[in-house]
Design a protein around this ligand. Structure first.
Ligand SMILES: Nc1ncnc2c1ncn2[C@@H]1O[C@H](COP(=O)(O)OP(=O)(O)OP(=O)(O)O)[C@@H](O)[C@H]1O
Length: 225
């Protein structure tokens, strides 16, 4: 039997109540397998971010469950355990990169290793390796504003994978990039998913990027097509 790193079972997420009630997600099920890139796609407001937040343990469903490794119910774990799973197992990539402006590329990539209390020599080794992998070895000492959007997102990806997660969650990682740069970033995420066996989920509007994924989940008005 193959293991899915993340499984969404009949996920529903409502926001608000009464007249302001929004059904952001209704009865969505999906499997996110190791070593594959799953693309979540759909028009604006279709529920992509809501779904990724549930899968990544950043939010909890109104009903339904998120399973981790087919066994643990991530969506029902106590907050401290969810936090531990997020730190140890999941890397996150953001549309707006989420880099700390006053830190260099290398220092940004180092942040998760500091949080994990990895010792300094090992931190340096892993940061250098991660920057090398994303093609930014020569830019280690530059700050975010000295880098292009595509380079900043490469720093964001290096930061997401440096601590060795086995799950990668990327919400519109190419939303701020031109189409050629977006394609190279998507290719990098696909390669990392394959070579590191990551269970990777990426949301995108862009059909050209969806075509690069191993598995596609299409949403419309909060439901799976
Ligand atoms: N915290 C919230 N409170 C109220 N409504 C919300 C909240 N978060 C999302 N929604 C609503 O849920 C629906 C789905 O939103 P979501 O952000 O998941 O869509 P999306 O597909 O990611 O959109 P986009 O492509 O524009 O980022 C939308 O109608 C949105 O307005």
């Amino acid at each position: 039997m193959t293991t899915s790193r993340l499984t969404g079972v009949d996920l529903t997420r409502d926001f608000g109540s009464g007249e302001t009630l929004v059904h952001a997600l209704t009865g969505v099920s999906l499997e996110v397998a190791a070593g594959r890139l799953t693309a979540v796609t759909g028009p604006s407001g279709s529920g992509k971010t809501t779904l990724l937040n549930l899968l990544g343990g950043l939010d909890r469903p109104t009903s339904g469950r998120v399973l981790l490794d087919d066994t643990r119910v991530l969506s029902e774990l106590p907050e401290a355990e969810v936090l531990a799973v997020r730190r140890r197992r999941i890397g996150y990539v953001f549309q707006t990169f989420g880099l700390i402006p006053v830190l260099s590329a290398a220092e940004n990539v180092e942040v998760p290793l500091r949080l994990a209390q990895v010792e300094p020599k090992e931190r340096s080794r892993r940061v250098a390796e991660a920057l090398e992998r994303v093609g930014l070895a020569r830019h280690a000492h530059q700050r975010p504003h000295e880098l292009s959007g595509g380079q900043q997102q490469r720093v964001g990806i290096a930061r997401a994978v440096v601590a060795g997660p086995d799950i990668l969650i990327a919400d519109e990682p190419t939303g701020q990039l031109d189409s050629d740069t977006a394609a190279t970033i998507m290719d990098l995420i696909v390669e990392l998913a394959h070579e590191r066996g990551l269970a990777a989920v990426v949301s995108t509007h862009d059909p050209a990027l969806v075509a690069r994924a191993d598995h596609v989940v299409r949403l419309l008005d909060g439901a799976r097509l």
